[in-house]
Design a protein around this ligand. Structure first.
Ligand code: COA
Length: 310
């Protein structure tokens, strides 16, 4: 049995915060942010919308899109580093609201690589025949752990949720190969004290190296070549980091997902939100080979090669 994505959903807060808005809040410029990161604007969740609200809205859409009922879900995995509270988990909070009565539920803490960790975990349960449908959500309300006086970090992040129903798909489709990894020695470069603290240059170097290597490893594991790749969905942290992965795979510009300009870095939500937008725009078709790759605080990383379709 092969595991693949059979439904998707997303939630993006209405409030748009542009680079020009940030110019009025701190010593920065639209030009600096755009040229260094590719970001033009990001979404910020309202005060009364918490992480679990965003996760719930995205999950509802994914369940509807997969044409299943909440009662059919066996497991809920929520990748987030900004839960409403350490416990109950966001997964348990949305289990109640969705009415997913038989589902086990837990959060995954792997920062921006969290959605990759979630998909790979779901794959194991499905392909071993233990579970049939697993809800995987990547969600962050990073605005609540952002130091709005620190221009080094405040310009980078945004709020969003993306959700996928992972379930059985036909034999030649679904997740073909994966790579997950971590390097705790680099934890000091990106962490939360009260707010996000980051050594941008160190994270940049790590990300360029690791994203490129993970893309190559996952293709090797799947028995595929660079030429076989139809589309790349890199974690949307910084256009320069994304471009480095695209060049490593020798793909033309139009074969890489790009939402960083509109949403900034939404951590665990960035890959699923981008995937949905590419599907809706018709950039991804059935049987396309897609590589998704993420990296984040921990340090963590993860990549997946998937043949699209049910
Ligand atoms: N506006 C204006 N200037 C800023 C600024 C801002 N928002 N943020 C930083 N600067 C300044 C710095 O203070 C520095 O000034 P100095 O030279 O006087 O000290 C200068 O810009 C250049 O900083 P530098 O670190 O060389 O810039 P950079 O080209 O490396 O870009 C990042 C900085 C953060 C965009 C880049 O390092 C990056 O993207 N790193 C990875 C971050 C990431 O992806 N994090 C999430 C991981 S999931």
């Amino acid at each position: 049995m092969k595991a693949g994505i059979v439904g998707m959903g997303r939630y993006l807060p209405e409030k748009v915060l542009t680079n020009h808005d940030l110019e009025k809040m701190m010593d920065t410029t639209d030009e600096w942010i755009r040229t260094r990161t590719g970001i033009e604007e990001r979404r910020i969740a309202a005060d009364d919308i918490n992480t679990s609200d965003m996760a719930f809205f995205a999950a509802q859409q994914a369940i509807e899109n997969a044409a299943i009922t909440p009662e059919e879900i066996d497991l809920i995995l929520v990748a987030t580093v900004t839960p409403d509270s350490p416990f109950p988990s966001v997964a348990c909070r949305i289990q109640e609201r969705l009415g997913a009565k038989k589902a086990a539920a837990m959060d995954i803490s792997a920062a921006c690589a969290g959605f990759m960790y979630g998909l790979v975990t779901a794959k194991q349960f499905i392909e071993s025949g233990v579970y049939k449908y697993i809800l995987v959500v990547g969600v962050e309300k990073l605005s609540k752990i952002t130091d709005w006086t620190d221009r080094n970090t405040a310009v980078l992040f945004g709020d969003a949720a993306g959700a996928a129903i992972v379930g059985p798909v036909s034999e030649n489709r679904g997740i073909l190969a994966f790579e997950l990894g971590a390097d705790g020695t680099g934890g000091k470069h990106l962490y939360q004290d009260e707010y996000i603290i980051m050594n941008g240059r160190e994270v940049f170097k790590f990300a360029v190296r690791q994203m490129g290597e993970s893309c190559i490893h996952v293709l090797e594991k799947a028995g595929l070549k660079k030429e076989d790749v139809d589309f790349l969905i890199p974690h949307q942290a910084n256009i320069r980091i994304m471009e480095a992965s695209r060049q490593r795979l020798e793909l033309p510009e139009e074969k890489m997902s790009k939402t960083v300009n509109k949403y900034g870095n939404t951590s665990a939500a960035s890959i699923p939100v981008s995937l949905i937008e590419d599907l809706e725009a018709g950039r991804i078709k059935n049987d396309d080979i897609i590589v998704m790759v993420g990296f984040g605080g921990g340090l963590t990383w993860g990549a997946i090669a998937i043949r699209w379709g049910k």
